[in-house]
Design a protein around this ligand. Structure first.
Ligand code: NDP
Length: 333
């Protein structure tokens, strides 16, 4: 008989719209196709998981569905030469947990191409404390470096959405690397937390939220990691120093960009897009290695809170209300 395992399964109610979560015992035959079977140890809770748990955003098109955008665990079976039983692996992105069943189950079957080996120096809980948010932050820092923004230069790097997942990991990494970091937040009660992560200054996000009243404002930032988009991104573009670089990661404030091209033309400002979902394998492996060396483990441990899979559902609403700080790790085993 096929091995049974516990999973959180979302299905639609009789109205065909409301999404209902239920814990079920599934068999391996229930899992979708894939070439690697993984025993999931830990997953995490991203904003996107909150949306999926609440049936929002039309992210999931087919029910029943097992959510969980990220997971880390151990290979049980593999039809791909790159992985063998016992290997520890991480999965983030590739629309797993949306188009494909995800990590809120003790077993997952996925494509080998979607996995990366768990790097030495991280356990599965720490990998999920990083998760998609931390991985995205690392990609953003790498983008700044690639474009020539380096710690020994004279100037500051701005991080918006600072108390969020991407923002707080970006601050920790940048500060560890020796950059001078300014954190923009709408939650001043988190100022001590942000300074502890390494921010040297805190600014109120309201100061950036207004669209710039001129195409160019006084030059302030060497680089920026932006999770907010919209007028905030437009404002920071107008405040970049000559040849400054912005890594655009998110849209917490809106998907529009009410900006002019003047900062690009007169200051050679660069706007670099960050995509974690379809990021190529070599870059993924490099980013995970960098997370081992450049994200201090104690910062990660401090930011991490663990909940059992059986308790995850109410946190889906909490993260949508902005009531989760730091990183929530889901103990799936
Ligand atoms: P979080 O919800 O953890 O953090 C977002 C932060 O943005 C909040 O903590 C808050 O920070 C700030 N914020 C929230 N609402 C607003 C608003 N209306 N105006 C201005 N600031 C706001 O999300 P993540 O850090 O996980 O993700 C950040 C963004 O990045 C999201 O848009 C997400 O979709 C995107 N993302 C993109 C990825 C990619 O591959 N490009 C991968 C992962 C995430 P504070 O309270 O400090 O002001």
């Amino acid at each position: 008989m096929s091995e049974m395992f516990r999973a959180l399964v979302l299905d639609t109610a009789q109205d065909g719209k409301t999404v209902v979560p239920q814990f079920k015992d599934l068999s391996l035959d229930d899992l979708p196709e894939g070439d690697v079977l993984v025993r999931v140890a830990h997953s995490t809770l991203n904003y996107k998981d909150g949306m999926i748990l609440n049936g929002l955003g039309r992210l999931v098109r087919k029910y029943p569905h097992v959510p969980g955008v990220d997971f880390a665990g151990e290979v049980v079976e593999s039809a791909d030469v790159r992985y063998k039983p016992g290997d520890r692996v991480i999965l983030t992105g590739w629309r797993v947990g949306e188009n494909h069943w995800g990590g809120y189950a003790q077993m997952a079957r996925v494509q080998a191409d979607w996995l990366v080996p768990l790097p030495d120096g991280l356990d599965t809980a720490q990998a999920m404390a990083i998760g998609t948010a931390g991985f995205t932050a690392m990609l953003a820092v790498m983008a700044l470096e690639e474009q020539g923004v380096l710690p020994d230069q004279d100037g500051e790097v701005l991080v918006s959405g600072a108390a969020g997942g991407v923002g707080s990991v970006a601050i920790s990494i940048l500060a560890h690397l020796g950059y001078r970091v300014v954190a923009s937040t709408g939650r001043p009660e988190n100022a001590d937390y942000l300074k502890h992560l390494g921010a040297s200054d805190i600014i109120d996000r309201a100061t950036l939220a207004e669209a710039p009243n001129r195409p160019l404002l006084s030059e302030r930032w060497l680089g920026a990691v932006d999770s907010v988009g919209s007028t905030t991104l437009a404002h920071m573009l107008a405040e970049m120093k000559y040849h400054g670089v912005v890594a655009a990661c998110g849209l917490a404030g809106g998907a529009d960009l009410p900006a002019t091209v003047i900062p690009f033309l007169l200051r050679g400002v660069k706007l670099i897009g960050i995509d974690s979902v379809l990021c190529p394998y070599e870059k993924r492996v490099c980013a995970w290695q960098r997370l081992v060396t450049d994200l201090p483990a104690e910062r990660l441990d401090e930011a991490m809170q663990t909940v059992k899979l059986s308790d995850i559902v109410p946190y889906g609403e909490k993260i949508l209300k902005g009531a989760v700080r730091g990183r929530l790790v889901v103990d799936v085993a």
